[in-house]
Write a protein that binds this ligand. Structure first.
Ligand code: AMX
Length: 436
């Protein structure tokens, strides 16, 4: 497998760098933790390592050192497409360099070869109650695939630590290959009568996913590629990536680990925000019978805040600027669907809501995040069942977390186990620090 050979070739240098860093500088302090951080979700505590992506609060995400516009411009694209092959991003994540066209085709072919889902996964999904949330179905389907884990089998058979990354890569390629078929089947089961849709084998991973969802226009295929790329990774500390990493750090295989990650993506403060954000825009549309005036929207947003609600799609735990993942989708919408009424409301919200949040003075970042607009695009192109949107997010997020999991194994990252303290201990620490 060419990607495995390439990874094997780049690993020794990184292992050496990490060993040197630990040997010579392992005791160098990289940050401190305050009592406030211990209580408030460990914001900004620097205690994780990944080279796959980095989020600068004032710039946004870089994938392997490249901004989103650079990634979109430099990854190879299928003929006639506006957006790149998703396989190219996976190559960039795993190897750390932009791929050639031939490199990308190899990844895409690996995925094609591994894309079928076992019959029992369909049975598991069909056995679930009809009102099950699509994220529960998605997480259950991933968990069911665990029976085929190469890592779990090889671990039982016995392998050295140095070899861990190889079956992790196998599992990660198998898992990411199957995601379009799993997600498309969940979509069909929930909203389209449950007919199994065969893969559109002539297409790339992103195009095939769109096609399996029943939407094979060039524009929707491009949106599917863009959506997967933008949602793929947001450094290691976000809840879904961190949950995946924590679970995998026990030497759980990627199926157990990613199912854990998906369960955290399912929360309204994380991945579920995309469906909530669209719901918010549709409520505005319904209440005002179309696009409201700026003034009406201003008061509407204030009423929501006064009722104790958050405005979904705005704010971020790390970012302090508009999310470049928002901007990339916004530009796509501006180009392809400027007259869509829900998009026009989203544009107005982008103008009004940051002002309202600034006036309220609570949110550290009043700007839009990735979820503020993703649902608007899906809704426009025909995916109108918005409790499915977090599944779409999850399909993309798998690319980043599986690549991270392979690298975590390759660099021998151990079981994650931070230390907790009691409230009396913190009171004592505070008392001593204040000299009282
Ligand atoms: N609407 C209303 N209030 C908001 C707000 C928003 N969009 N964003 C932040 N605030 C409030 C917080 O609820 C908090 O209030 P509190 O002091 O009464 O508890 C206060 O502002 C300070 O919060 P913060 O430090 O700016 O944010 P955080 O790091 O605690 O939380 C986030 C970040 C994303 C959970 C928050 O901004 C939020 O709830 N946004 C709306 C939901 C959303 O869009 N989530 C998706 C995020 C991206 C993703 O993971 N997919």
């Amino acid at each position: 497998m060419p990607i495995k050979k390439k990874l094997a070739a780049v690993l020794p240098e990184w292992r050496e760098r990490v060993a040197k860093l630990l040997k010579e500088s392992g005791d160098v302090v990289i940050g401190e933790v305050t009592i406030s951080q211990a209580f408030h979700g460990m914001r900004d505590v620097k205690a994780l390592v990944t080279d796959i992506s980095y989020v600068d609060p004032n710039e946004g995400i870089r994938f392997r050192g490249y901004t989103i516009p650079e990634v979109l411009a430099n990854l190879p694209k299928p003929a006639g497409a506006e957006m790149p092959y998703v396989g190219g991003l996976y190559y960039l994540f795993l190897i750390g360099e932009f791929p050639t066209e031939a490199d990308v085709i190899e990844v895409e072919n690996e995925w094609k070869r591994r894309g079928e889902i076992p019959e029992f996964v369909i049975d598991v999904l069909q056995a679930m109650p009809p009102d099950a949330h699509p994220m529960m179905l998605f997480s259950s389907a991933i968990l069911a695939l665990q029976t085929g884990s190469v890592f779990a089998r090889r671990y039982q058979e016995g392998m050295t630590k140095d070899e861990y990354w190889e079956p992790m890569l196998e599992d990660s390629l198998n898992l990411t290959a199957k995601l379009p078929a799993i997600a498309a089947y969940i979509y069909s089961l929930k909203y389209r009568g449950g007919k199994f849709v065969p893969a559109c084998d002539e297409l790339d991973w992103g195009g095939n996913f769109a096609c399996m969802l029943g939407l094979s226009s060039q524009e929707y295929m491009d949106l599917t590629r863009l959506h997967a790329i933008l949602h793929s990774d947001h450094e290691s500390g976000n809840a879904s990536a961190h949950a995946t990493h924590l679970a995998a750090s026990t030497l759980s295989d990627i199926y157990y680990a990613y199912s854990a990650g998906l369960n955290s993506l399912a929360g309204p403060l994380h991945g579920l925000a995309n469906q909530e954000a669209l719901g918010w825009l549709l409520d505005v549309h319904q209440k005002f019978g179309g696009v409201p005036s700026e003034d009406k929207l201003y008061h509407y947003a204030w009423d929501k805040l006064k009722a104790g609600q958050v405005i979904p799609g705005y704010g971020h735990a790390v970012l302090r600027i508009p999310d470049p993942r928002f901007t990339a989708q916004y530009e796509y919408a501006l180009k392809h669907m400027p007259d869509d009424e829900i998009f026009q409301i989203a544009r107005l919200v982008r103008k009004v809501v940051p002002e309202v949040l600034i006036e309220q003075g609570k949110a550290k970042n009043p700007a839009p995040n990735v979820d503020a607009i993703s649902g608007t695009l899906q809704y426009h192109y025909g995916i109108r069942e918005f409790d499915f949107y977090t599944v779409l997010f999850g399909v993309g997020r798998a690319l980043g977390v599986t690549a991270n999991a392979v690298w975590a194994r390759a660099l021998g990252q151990p079981l994650e186990r931070p230390k907790s303290l009691t409230i009396p201990m913190l009171e004592e620490i505070a008392r001593k620090a204040k000299g009282s």
